[in-house]
Design a protein around this ligand. Structure first.
Ligand code: S3P
Length: 751
């Protein structure tokens, strides 16, 4: 059996072209002992001599035919324009099992060259392209780790020998590269945009500026931007000449798109159109930020990073005892979403302060940028939204990806149902399982065209209908998201009425009033007349009571503790957490109450208390809907049984919060029984030192579950590990540092 089939080192590898890539490949082969002998071929005898002297190759050969005889693998790494000539020279001398691969930056032309030489692409010919390099060239520039953590694209054509594909992959992987298989046309399009166009621009910019004698001055002072932008203009001209000729069609296509963009920005500068300029710059800045978060493998709004995210961030908590200090937790998530949505469809500029820079609210922000709204920020919680009016949204360039955020999807569904374009809303794995029929059904009654998966889950494909009609809708579930969705759609209909089975958060109604829209509220019924203009305003977002809740429970269950939580939103439709904790005996005082932009805020002081188990009044469930995970931790530390009923909604949040919490509590030694609409928790009482045994719990990617079990560490006998916590960034990106600040012994570890 040959070495190729067996996975043992190859006996002989021939490298044709000993530049940066060829010599780096040779160095990698040697370092990882992937072959016994490397023969180098190059046009210039000095390159060959240098290759030998540096020990990059074991032997050199000037006759290509002789070189490839008996080779297991031939690696082509000369400029791409020479491919056909080189293939013709080696073709008659290649053995039946010799694998040929290359490193050219364009793949369609390599496939065509092989066809011309061999009649068809031989099954052992595997086109490839390492996405690695530098502006340096030559045999001495080669680096043993040039391919480490870089991608290598292989573009085998159908009918290729799978063993040859896996051998070539194996070599690259042994050098630390990640191998991706792709069709050669797709490769050429992607590379035209990501590599070829930037090189063309860099060459052209430097040449344009260098032509003018006077401009030579600027090179003397060139630093920063110019240097960064033009670094790649130092690359090998012959190589790039070949690349542009080889990938003409794809390069021209993307160059035309760019030229159009450039003309647009030129016109904006010419006419001093600030809105247009800011639009381009803020979108580009956000895209660049997005792009670097993906590259650095941090969790962000992108489905591609989902698998990475799942593996990331375990919280490790040592038993803690006491907490104390002052905190201002981040801005309210619900109000942050609404500030962007209403600011975008208002007339004028809306200034927002205290915006939550968490992934959910950022998903909404990014969606509106995609819908053509210029949004500056966020910078330290400040955002400026340049409203486009009720009818100014534009068709987005693609699907709107909303990450983990149910609020974004449901509220946007209402607004986008009434536009004169179509759009599809998608989300991450958790959001893709959440029920959307609750918004799609009433929106359809209003005349909207929406399709979902058969079970009502996302994606939501919305074909806009600017002529919606008003309905009166009695909500079967108490949901602020459904109510808000219908009110947003109602802005585009005649008169819309929503009847609530129980009070839910009323931030949309309050903020609409702040934007000058009249909203009528009578008991459980909200009515809105469509067609009203929103007038931009300033919004000061209070700290999120749902984030404060973790520290309210922390201070209550830990001994000798006191925490001051500043500027917390205490909208009466959100304060169920205070009411429930007080019923359990918590010591919470509300101080400095004031109104900020239509929302009540206060400072909360929470001190240790002996909690007792209670039957949670069902009327409080919608008013504390997001706080139950941490309330269950309080219940475990209370004396006696706590029973929750009427809370089936918890089963369709970011996770099934009833089951996931019951499983976690059991894993930590607390007796908890999940029921269809709630839970029964046997509290262990405040006089016992260790309520929780310690151990591992799974958050199922649910931010609030992850933070709730972190708080449990304050009453734990042993270490608690909470898995899958990356989504804490959706609502409370600074949770770990704020928790550390008041005394939780928490560290986040990337798994
Ligand atoms: C929210 C409403 C609630 C809540 C969610 C935010 C909102 O959802 O759980 O975190 O901003 O309107 P439901 O409306 O589904 O109860």
């Amino acid at each position: 059996m040959s070495a190729v089939a067996q996975g043992r080192p190859l006996s002989k590898v021939v490298i044709i072209g000993l530049g940066l890539i060829g010599s780096s490949f040779a160095r990698g082969l040697k370092k990882w002992q992937l072959c016994e002998q490397i023969v180098g071929c190059a046009r210039s005898s000095s390159t060959l001599e240098q290759g030998l002297a540096l020990g990059v190759v074991d032997a050199v050969e000037t006759d290509l035919g002789r070189a490839v005889q008996g080779a297991d693998l031939v690696f082509l790494s000369m400029p791409i324009g020479a491919t056909e000539k080189i293939l013709s020279s080696i073709a008659p001398h290649l053995g039946k099992n010799t694998i040929v691969t290359d490193a050219g930056s364009v793949k369609g032309c390599v496939v065509e060259a092989a066809k011309r030489v061999f009649g068809t692409v031989p099954e052992n010919f595997i086109p490839g392209h390492p996405i690695a390099g530098s502006e340096q060239s030559g045999v001495a520039a080669g680096k043993v780790d040039l391919f480490l953590h870089h991608k290598v694209i292989l573009t085998p054509v159908s009918g290729h020998c799978p063993k040859a594909v896996s051998k070539v992959s194996e070599l690259w992987e042994a050098m630390g590269a990640e191998v991706i298989l792709m069709h050669h046309d797709a490769h050429d399009k992607v590379l035209a945009a990501t590599s070829h166009l930037p090189h063309l621009l860099a060459y052209s910019l430097v040449d344009t500026l260098a032509k003018d004698d006077e401009n030579l001055e600027i090179f003397r002072y060139a630093a920063g931007g110019f240097r960064d932008f033009t670094r790649i203009a130092a690359s090998d001209p012959v190589m790039w000449h070949d690349i542009f000729l080889a990938n003409r069609a794809a390069t021209l296509e993307v160059l035309d798109q760019f030229t159009e963009g450039l003309a647009h920005i030129r016109a904006a500068v010419d006419t001093a159109n600030s809105q247009d300029m800011l639009g381009v710059f803020t979108r580009a800045q956000a895209a660049r930020e997005h792009f670097s978060t993906i590259l650095s493998q941090r969790a962000y709004l992108e489905s591609m990073s989902e698998s990475i995210k799942e593996k990331q961030a375990t919280f490790i908590l040592q038993p803690g005892e006491q907490v104390s200090g002052t905190l201002r937790v981040p801005g309210d998530k619900s109000i942050s979403h609404r500030s962007i949505i209403l600011g975008s469809i208002a007339e004028g500029e809306t200034d927002v302060e205290g915006f939550l820079e968490g992934e959910d609210a950022l998903a909404t922000l990014q969606a509106f940028r995609d819908l053509g709204v210029v949004i500056e920020g966020p910078h330290n919680g400040r955002v400026k939204v340049y409203g486009v009016g009720l009818k100014g949204l534009k068709v987005p360039p693609g699907d709107l990806y909303l990450g983990n955020s149910g609020t974004s999807m449901r509220l946007l569904a209402g607004l986008l149902s009434a536009q004169d374009f179509s759009v599809t809303l998608t989300g991450d794995k958790s959001l893709s399982k959440r029920p959307m029929g609750r918004v799609a059904d009433p929106l359809r009654e209003m005349g909207a065209h929406i399709t979902t998966e058969q079970d009502g889950s996302p994606p939501l494909a919305i074909k806009g209908n600017p002529c919606l009609f008003g309905i009166t809708y009695k909500m079967p579930v108490a949901s602020a998201q459904v109510k808000s969705c219908l009110l947003l759609a109602g802005l585009y209909s005649d008169s819309t009425t929503v009847v609530e089975p129980a009070p839910t958060r009323d931030h949309t109604e309050r903020m609409l009033r702040g934007f000058g829209v009249s909203v009528d509220q009578k008991g459980d019924t909200v009515t809105l007349q469509g067609g009203q203009t929103l007038k931009a305003c300033s919004i000061d977002i209070p700290a999120d009571i749902s984030s404060a809740a973790f520290f309210m429970v922390a201070a209550s269950i830990a001994k000798d503790s006191e925490i001051l939580l500043e500027h917390v939103g205490i909208n009466p439709t959100r304060t169920g957490i205070i009411d429930i904790l007080r019923l359990m005996g918590a010591d919470i005082s509300v101080q400095n109450e004031k109104q900020v932009g239509g929302e009540p805020v206060a400072d909360l002081v929470v001190r240790s208390a002996d909690l007792k188990g209670i039957d949670i009044p069902e009327r409080l469930v919608p008013l504390a809907i997001d706080e139950f995970p941490v309330l269950f931790i309080a219940a475990a530390c209370a004396q006696g049984v706590t029973r929750l009923t009427g809370a089936e909604e918890l089963r369709v949040k970011e996770s099934d919060r009833i089951q996931v919490m019951a499983d976690g509590l059991l894993a930590l030694g607390v007796d908890a029984e999940a029921t269809p609409d709630g839970i029964i928790i046997q509290g262990k009482g405040s006089d016992q030192a260790g309520v929780f045994s310690g151990g591992c719990v799974e958050s199922h990617g649910d931010h609030r579950i992850a933070m709730a079990f972190s708080v449990a560490s304050l009453r734990s006998r042993g270490e608690i590990q909470v898995a899958n916590c990356a989504n804490v960034a959706t609502s409370f990106p600074s949770f770990v540092s704020q928790a550390q600040k008041v005394g939780l012994k928490i560290v986040a570890k990337d798994a």
